[in-house]
Design a protein around this ligand. Sequence first.
Ligand code: F0G
Length: 470
Amino acid sequence: MSNTKYQTMGQQFGRRSWAEPWKIKMVEPIRMISHEERQKAAAEAGYNTFLMRSEDVYIDLLTDSGTSAMSDRQWAGIMMGDEAYAGSRNFYHLEEAIQKYYGYKYIIPTHQGRGAEHLISQAVIQKGDYIPGNMYFTTTRLHQELAGGIFVDVIIDEAHDPIHQHPFKGNIDLDKMQALVNKVGADKIPYVSLAGTVNMAGGQPVSMANVKELREFCDRHGIRIYLDATRMYENSFFIQEREEGYADKSIAEILFEFCSYTDGAWMSAKKDNLVNIGGWLAVNQADVAEKARNMVVVYEGLHTYGGMAGRDMEALAIGIAEGVDDDHVASRVRQVRYLGKLLMDWGIPIVEPVGGHAIFLDAKRFYEHLPQDLFPSQTLAAELYIDSGVRSMERGIVSAGRDPKTGDHRHPALELTRLTIPRRVYTQAHMDVVAESIKAIYDVREQTKGLKMVFEPEYLRFFQARFEKV
Ligand code: F0G
């Protein structure tokens, strides 16, 4: 087992470290621009890290989406692209890989995750339906709302508490599910939107016990379960590490079992599946697959490429198998934890336990003096960039958007700044630089004054909103 491999030779030096299961074959130079240039770049981008040029960034922790380093095997796969309009052989490789590792029947490729979210939402949601989920994700909820659905958060309360040590903070609260069924009726609930490792909660996992219980509940009420499988490899790692009976199972076995309790999944392949672009929808119901295939040709591309080039599908099919490897997932999560430990040792407030893909700085506790309407996590992301050229992302009041009914800001309990670690890209030395920069801005936190929003787009405002210093 990967968990014990590094300890088999004894402990004579007092420590035995783990290391990445790869070596570096090609490098991409990066550089840090001057402090003055960073201040200018931040102001020009309206203090929104999404509006910055990547060339002005030193260490880019904006997202783990599409930012993975592909392997030599994946690049070799790129050369094997079959760019036929219809029936590319790469599609069949992709289909086989998804069926083998995730176990679903019908596969529909899409350009990325939100393409698949669009298809599933339009295929199964009727106007006025309720969609319960373990905390929202920005694009997921928006597609559910655009299809006429009403999202209801049914995650356990512990998920909204940044320091609660619950090992599976992504779990669904079945009492909240029951209350929703009692209130609106099961026939108004087409499916549960279940995410493996909950991004907005800090990358927190769902337990196998929880998905099993949810399956039983949903079977009793005739409700389906569709899985956001975007970071299910990482979720499987936490099950292996924390849940009784899974320590000797591989990530692949855990993944397959977990998916078997669900009716289908949508995927942003830009994360776990180790590609720079791509996504897919996979379902077990022929009628849902047919509806989605009807739509994929309108919005994405033919049902055997869905917006991806043949070569992209080949790299994806290879990435699916590489990403599920035990040593890979373990080193990925351990790198995230390495950064988390440095910060915790300095008393810097982060979401605990550390999740799978990112460290989430708790901006409410970081800037205790700033009210949420002065955008503390947006401010923190801006300050971090100015200090060291490290790019992070707001995941708080700006991301939460406005309530579609009242038009007011939603005030989420969690006001976080995300440091997202790309897969197979940065070293621990990069993590040290990041941690030290955060410590530096933490030491002068009381001098920081916050931001005001001066431009607000209608949809997914966090991507393009602009701010000025207060
Ligand atoms: N679901 C989850 C849990 C995600 O994190 C994302 C994307 C999507 C769906 C949508 O997929 O981007 O391929 O269209 N998350 C990125 C992030 C953007 O930075 O967390 P997509």
